[in-house]
Design a binder for this molecule. Structure first.
Ligand code: GLU
Ligand code: MG
Length: 461
């Protein structure tokens, strides 16, 4: 790679390191490496290279059209002010620090990719580099951000019904919410899932049956924001691979069926300075430090606009119903599962656990946009020295005075378009591409009934 005349790759790794990393694959019976990025509609896209070409892919990148910045979830294409159209090419550069053998896909390894132009400049719409920039901005502001996603999904049977346009899916287990019956029903599958995560070095904290019919959840240990977004991709594809090899199908869409409790992908965030968790032992609200309080006040202020990032699908608003634990109200609360922002003080003898959980987000979201935009909103709160309003206790649906978050994608898009904080952080090209995709998807489903919408996106993610 020529840029700068150094031995550095575009994404900062050096040649010797690349050789050492690719050598790890030698003799491991890996045939192909899947290089993934996530588009603005939340779909993970992929180019694969034979294992022997991985080092070349790191050095020169792999070609990929910029038109994917304006792809919709149904693979139709819109356009935007700065990107789109059939012209041009980008290079995908795999990050070998994340190179992972896929234990449920023998012969395959995976690495997430950063996107650069042909001259080696970062592509302005690269969501992964955006998340990295925001992480660095937080460091410059004096703290490290740790984040973790919880992933929920519904397991259905591979029947004609499960693919039917208007039917309820055929749930793979009839066991009750949090029921041991579900764990026994799906025992072999869930053990395989844990074994596969362990083989891939994914640090699972919990696995459990969730509330909705056929629903499960896995949470993995927190990490830096880019790693956490990478993990969100790896977790979903691992769940998919293991589920399919047990003859079942995972549904990651915001709802598996209209009217059902949905699949969230909640984001947990804590702030750290010199080994100290700033979410506790402070003088701010609920025992946070003033920095953590200002950060979460910034997230809360921006939440209506953040919905266009974290709840990006028309079907996200089928999920976002009051009294569904989805966080439909624009408020925060201490351990309140109906508040969009739930502050979790954690046990007093565990300094690591205190964190803020954004509950209103789902797995249709691009995890790199989610982590980056939440940090941007939090940093704006720190910059403006915001404080949190009074916390809400109890179900806000049963009280007066708490506002709903946007109840449609169109409404979320309006807030997004008015957000100077998010426009400044994302930069115009990425901001406009996201807005264009949201606008086009809102139009795509404008006349669709809730039942048909749920069925249309059920297997998209
Ligand atoms: N399934 C709920 C959601 O849609 C979340 C349940 C929970 O609190 O974990 O977000
Ligand atoms: Mg849950």
């Amino acid at each position: 790679m020529k840029a700068g005349g150094t031995s550095q790759h575009r994404n900062g790794t050096d040649f010797a390191r690349t050789r050492a990393q690719t050598a790890r694959l030698a003799g491991r019976e890996i045939d192909g490496v899947a290089l993934t990025w996530v588009d603005n509609s939340g779909i993970t896209r992929v180019k694969a290279v034979p294992a022997g070409r991985l080092a070349a892919a790191v050095e020169h990148g792999v070609g990929m059209s910029p038109v994917f910045d304006v792809f919709l979830l149904d693979d139709s294409i819109t356009d935007s002010t700065y990107v789109g159209g059939p012209d041009g090419d980008l290079r995908l550069h795999p990050d070998l620090d994340r190179l992972t053998e896929l234990a449920a896909q023998p012969g395959w390894a995976w690495a997430p990719a950063d996107r650069y132009d042909q001259e080696g400049h970062p592509h302005p719409c690269c969501q992964r580099q955006f998340a990295r920039r925001m992480t660095e901005a937080a460091r410059e502001a004096g703290f490290d951000v740790r984040m973790g996603f919880e992933t929920e999904w519904v397991v259905v049977r591979q029947t004609e019904h499960s693919a039917g346009a208007d039917s309820e899916p055929a749930y793979a287990t009839a066991g009750p919410a949090y029921g041991m019956t579900r764990l026994v029903d799906l025992s072999g599958y869930l053990a395989d899932l844990l074994r596969t995560f362990q083989a891939q070095g994914v640090d699972v904290m919990q696995l459990h049956p969730e509330y909705a019919a056929g629903q499960l959840e896995v949470s993995v240990a927190p990490a830096d924001p880019v790693t956490t977004a990478d993990l969100a991709v790896l977790v979903r594809e691992t769940v998919r691979a293991v589920t399919l090899r047990h003859g079942l199908v995972p549904v990651f869409a915001p709802v598996a069926a209209a009217g059902a409790v949905g699949n969230g992908r909640h984001l947990h965030t804590s702030l750290w300075h010199e080994g100290r968790n700033l979410c506790r032992d402070g003088d701010g609200a609920a025992g946070m430090t003033p920095t953590a309080e200002a950060f979460f006040a910034g997230v809360l202020r921006e939440l209506p606009a953040l919905m266009a990032i974290g709840a990006p699908c028309a079907a996200s608003y089928l999920r976002l119903q009051p009294s569904h634990w989805a966080g439909a109200y624009h408020c925060w609360g201490v351990e309140n599962r109906e508040a969009a922002l739930r502050f979790i003080p954690g046990p007093s003898d565990d300094p690591c656990t205190a964190n803020g959980e954004v509950k209103c987000f789902d797995a249709a979201a691009n995890p790199y946009l989610v982590t980056g935009c939440v940090i941007a909103a939090g940093l704006a709160g720190v910059h403006d020295a915001l404080s949190l309003p009074a916390p809400v206790a109890g179900d806000p649906a049963r009280q007066h005075g708490t506002e709903r978050l946007p109840s449609s994608l169109t409404e979320a898009l309006k807030h997004f378009q008015d957000s100077t904080v998010l426009r400044t952080a994302l930069g115009d090209p990425l901001f406009e591409a996201v807005a264009a995709v949201r606008r086009a998807e809102a139009e795509l489903f404008a006349e669709t009934s809730p039942q048909d919408l749920a069925a249309a996106v059920r297997h998209a993610y």
